[in-house]
Design a protein around this ligand. Sequence first.
Ligand SMILES: O=C(O)c1cc(=O)[nH]c(=O)n1[C@@H]1O[C@H](COP(=O)(O)O)[C@@H](O)[C@H]1O
Length: 292
Amino acid sequence: MNGTVSFGERLHGAFAAWGRLCVGIDPHASLLDRWGLDDSAGGVREFGLRVIDAAAGRAGIVKPQVAFFERHGAAGYLALERVLAEARDAGLIVIADVKRGDIGTSVDAYGEAWLRPGSSLESDAMTISAFQGLGSIESVMRRADGAGKGLFVLAATSNPEAAAIQRAVLQQSSREGDTVAGAICAGVAAWNAAREDATDRPMGSIGVVLGATVDLGSTGIDTSADPAVPTLPVLAPGFGHQGADVRDLDAIYGSLAAGVIVSESRSLLGEGPDGLAEAIVRRVDEIGAARV
Ligand SMILES: O=C(O)c1cc(=O)[nH]c(=O)n1[C@@H]1O[C@H](COP(=O)(O)O)[C@@H](O)[C@H]1O
């Protein structure tokens, strides 16, 4: 690691300091309207900056949903660059929700865009798709480890349409018989475990996305198995607006609970600019109280 603090260590520190809430930055058109902002590049920038103001010092992690900025083309990207930089300057861990995936050489260029120190889009971690094979994202996993960055690999996503593909069973693989979701989780945990000093690390730097709305057992993910070493980070959308309740966190994630990041967007953002800070504090407390 050349002395670089790993993403997993930083995430672990953020959990200890701020709890495990991740505040989504999702400037939906309806929310912009409600916040009194234009649906324009200027509007999404202002929205993002206000969320950062409310989150800084109250939560440790934010997740800008890049799609809502991308709607405004190049100007939207400029707005996003400012939001990413301000969030990182405020000491927040920034997960760019980009969900990129492709053949290895192309996906590595995505990694360069979002994870290279000094890039105008530099973030602390990004969401990524391995549905072209875990091998297709290997160079980005290596890039993330080398730069103190993180990844969240889609495994069992919160949307109901995903179930058929993500529960499909692998053939012609060393993980033959595993589901797609199960193989991704196992592959990512194995990657973290194979890093140098892995057993001394509190948390891995490569994580998975497991929606809180999903019955994980039916996806082939064993939530009663011994916890991975190091702890597997789990980005967990689906709480709040999509229906899952943070009080059920341990019941949903079982032995994976230690790595869970509770990610909520509309349920918090819907409180409006004046109520957001208070809503964040309340949710951080609720999550803390829910954990055993
Ligand atoms: O990667 C994600 O964050 C993600 C994965 C997933 O399985 N489901 C999911 O909803 N998300 C994202 O999480 C956010 C959920 O927003 P709310 O439903 O408003 O809390 C959106 O930005 C989604 O794009």
